[in-house]
Write a protein that binds this ligand. Structure first.
Ligand code: LLP
Length: 414
């Protein structure tokens, strides 16, 4: 669903004008639509309703507690990659039995805490991690439920920084080594093998690589069964892409179809870890124009949001649509929309045709995923506020930081 639309010449989130949010909470500010979050989760949960399946939202995409609670209340589980994300999920009301723990570098302390809460599964990424987990579980008198994250060596055809399923990536156990690492795991007394896992990359627009990875995982499952190692679940990770510009977004149904077809007979539970697809288009970054700086070669619109608020354009050259909250009639010029930070990489969008005036509000679209979650305090800029809209209601779900908070942890030398 599209929660952001023009109504009477003003962009709204659901029934709330973005201008009212800017007035009440200031800018820059992230705005999320509760209805869009719920409908994105429904797109996954509905086709899976008849089978044993668990949608574990990848917390890294957007870890705001209010947003996590929306998903937890609708039965979602969570994919976490750190103690911090685990504690957030629990604080938002997550059921530990619906949490999977991914990541290549889990510390002993993280393992111990996760074990004490009783999570569903550790997605183990290497043989040494198996050994560490076995030791930690033994010292607590527990058995750790595990999957191996297998690297199926398929090309996700996405940005190299967010492609994770190729041999050259640091993630997972090599496909060829998987059977022997599973055998090793089966000999460790404090581990319980429950599943298999892969995650091949992010922002995939072609569902074919998922089907390819699935086929390879199923072959592996058969090889393991022949050795007496049986699994309860298969976790295909996240990665389904969204429309930022004019991409054709694969439907969740088309992505799930091969999975449902080939798992029907097998009695395996399906676990998925979508991040971006659940939150990306449910959020925008709202910003106000400070100055317009037309020039001989380029026109700059200097806004109050910057690369510290939304790093994706600077980091991946990612494209986010930028729309006027109250579009003006009149001639559009081409603008580079840039922030106040002292770097040429500090842009939100380049060469955008817009009719602008100083003080106008702009919405940077599709900013719900990897926006706030990757923000920083660079240039000692307080991070943006976050607001959740629900119908006609707007609620502050994270207040803006104060400047004093930004250096409160530091001390002066005597
Ligand atoms: N599971 C695992 C193990 C992951 O590493 C990730 C994302 C996900 C699930 C969720 O993937 P998604 O459904 O969101 O594609 N910062 C980058 C994206 C990095 C993705 C990292 N891993 C960006 O802004 O595009």
């Amino acid at each position: 669903m599209n929660a952001f639309s023009l109504q009477n010449g003003q962009m709204h989130c659901e029934a709330v004008p973005l201008s009212a949010i800017a007035e009440r909470f200031g800018t820059p500010c992230y705005v999320y639509s509760r209805a869009a979050l719920e409908s994105a989760l429904d797109e996954y949960q509905q086709p899976l309703a008849e089978v044993d399946a668990l949608v574990c939202y990848a917390v890294k995409a957007n870890s705001n507690l209010a947003l996590l609670k929306v998903f937890a209340q609708r039965g979602a589980g969570f994919d976490i990659v750190s103690l911090g994300e685990l504690k957030r999920a629990l604080a938002a009301g997550a059921d530990p039995q619906k949490i999977v723990f991914s990541g290549v570098g889990k510390s002993a302390a993280e393992m111990a805490f996760a074990l004490s809460t009783g999570i569903l599964c550790f997605n183990v990424e290497s043989a040494p991690e198996l050994e560490r987990l076995n030791e930690v579980a033994g010292s607590l008198g527990k058995r750790a439920p595990i999957s191996l994250r297998v690297n199926p060596d398929v090309d996700a055809k996405t940005h190299p920084y967010i492609s994770t399923g190729l041999k050259e990536n640091k993630f997972g156990v090599a496909y060829e080594d998987a059977v022997s690492v599973y055998t090793q795991a089966s000999r460790l007394a404090n581990l319980e093998i429950v599943g298999i896992d892969c995650h091949i990359g992010s922002q995939l627009l072609d569902p074919a690589p998922f089907a390819e990875a699935l086929t390879k995982l199923l072959q592996l499952i058969d090889q393991l069964a022949a050795k007496g190692i049986t699994l309860r679940h298969i976790d295909l990770g996240g990665g389904l892409g969204i429309r930022y510009k004019d991409e054709t977004e694969p439907t969740v149904k088309s992505y799930l179809q091969p999975l449902l077809a080939s798992l029907k007979e097998r009695g395996l539970k399906i676990v998925l870890e979508p991040g971006r697809r659940l939150v990306g288009n449910a959020g925008v970054l709202l910003t106000r124009i400070e100055f317009l700086k037309p020039g001989a070669v380029k026109n700059f619109a200097i806004v109050d949001a910057a690369m510290n608020d939304l790093a994706r354009p600077a980091l991946y050259d990612a494209w986010h649509d930028i729309l006027a909250v109250a579009p003006r009639s009149g001639a559009a010029l081409h603008w580079d929309v840039v922030g106040p930070i002292c770097e040429s990489g500090d842009f939100l969008g380049r060469d955008r045709a817009l009719a602008l005036a100083p003080g106008d509000l702009l919405a940077v679209m599709s900013a719900g995923a990897y926006g706030m979650a990757m923000s920083s305090n660079y240039n000692t800029r307080p991070r943006a506020a976050e607001v959740m809209v629900d119908g006609t209601q707007m609620q502050l779900v994270r207040r803006r930081e104060t400047i004093e908070e930004l250096y409160a942890l530091e001390s002066l030398l005597p």
